[in-house]
Design a protein around this ligand. Sequence first.
Ligand code: NAD
Ligand code: UDP
Length: 340
Amino acid sequence: MGFLPYGVSCGIICLVIEMKKIDSKQVLITGGAGFLGSHLCARLLAGGHEVVCVDNFFTGSKANLADCLGNPRFELIRHDITFPLYVEVDEIYNLACPASPVHYQYDPVQTTKTSVHGAINMLGLARRIKAPILQASTSEVYGDPEVHPQREDYWGHVNPIGIRSCYDEGKRCAETLFFDYSRQHGMSVKVARIFNTYGPRMLPDDGRVVSNFIVQALQNQPITIYGNGTQTRSFCYVDDLIDGFLALMGSPEGYTGPVNLGNPTEFSIKELALMIIEETGSSSTLVNRPLPGDDPVRRCPDITRAREDLGWEPGVPLRQGLKKTIHYFDRLLSGQESFG
Ligand code: NAD
Ligand code: UDP
């Protein structure tokens, strides 16, 4: 711009800055200190946005946000979403809720409150400030499915009174609230049904299968297979999932979903254990433990809707994602990485 008169070049720079400001949004992420939330915070900051992260630190931690905390565009608020919240933002991602069975069953009443009261509070906020709101729903809304793979028009097979019900039914009721707020108040809502997602920043004592198996393998301890290990899951690497969140939030006004976000390649739990042993070079053996109540037998998403409507599909194969996750846990267990 050296050849332009000073005033003109200043004008152009101001215009570019102004345009950047217009693109940059203020985004609220509830549950932002958790596994998925912390990755979403980092990605939005990297995209030039301002992030307000709200968390009660039940399963999340400040350590997960170590890279975000020094950023002037990042704000952290300790808050429980079962209580009302008043902030002004352009978009809301509602992720707050423990996702591991061990954690959501620890205080099941609080889990339902987080899903239901939390949804009401965040939807009320979104309505007041006229912001689009994305709900982190779950494949658990399909329960122990009788159809396979699961499409979004399948209504599910859910036990309303079992030990997983606080989470499954809480998330189902949250979906109901999202669609009723949309119909009743003309709000912009977007519902993602997330299938098992894994990656760095899962807690080592989280209880979920990928973190459990990797930690056990790295310590050469027996790998605990619940049941006979023939039950299946499909595992999505966290970076792919975050791409899916952004694609859904960026979808046209009026597009609500629900939309499955997950990796459609299905593995048995025993196959997962053997792959982790191979990738870690571990001497761990496999041991069988009792299968927890209501544990779904098969789970695999049909992602046709995400492919067609959002142009999204996961790109990281399980083995590749496991390598990155193993690297993270290896550093964590040897003290080179911190956690909360
Ligand atoms: P996580 O447990 O790591 O994160 C949840 C976060 O929410 C934590 O930081 C926790 O402290 C916070 N939180 C819990 N209750 C809260 C409350 N009442 N108020 C404020 N903060 C609260 O779990 P995750 O894996 O990051 O899951 C994030 C969201 O995605 C959850 O809603 C979960 O149901 C959904 N989901 C995740 C998966 C997965 O495989 N990771 C699968 C399906 C759905
Ligand atoms: N699982 C297992 N050993 C473990 C932890 C989990 O065999 O140490 C099984 C669990 O019974 C389930 C599957 O792995 O069949 C996935 O469990 P996770 O808790 O990760 O997620 P979800 O059941 O919610 O899909």
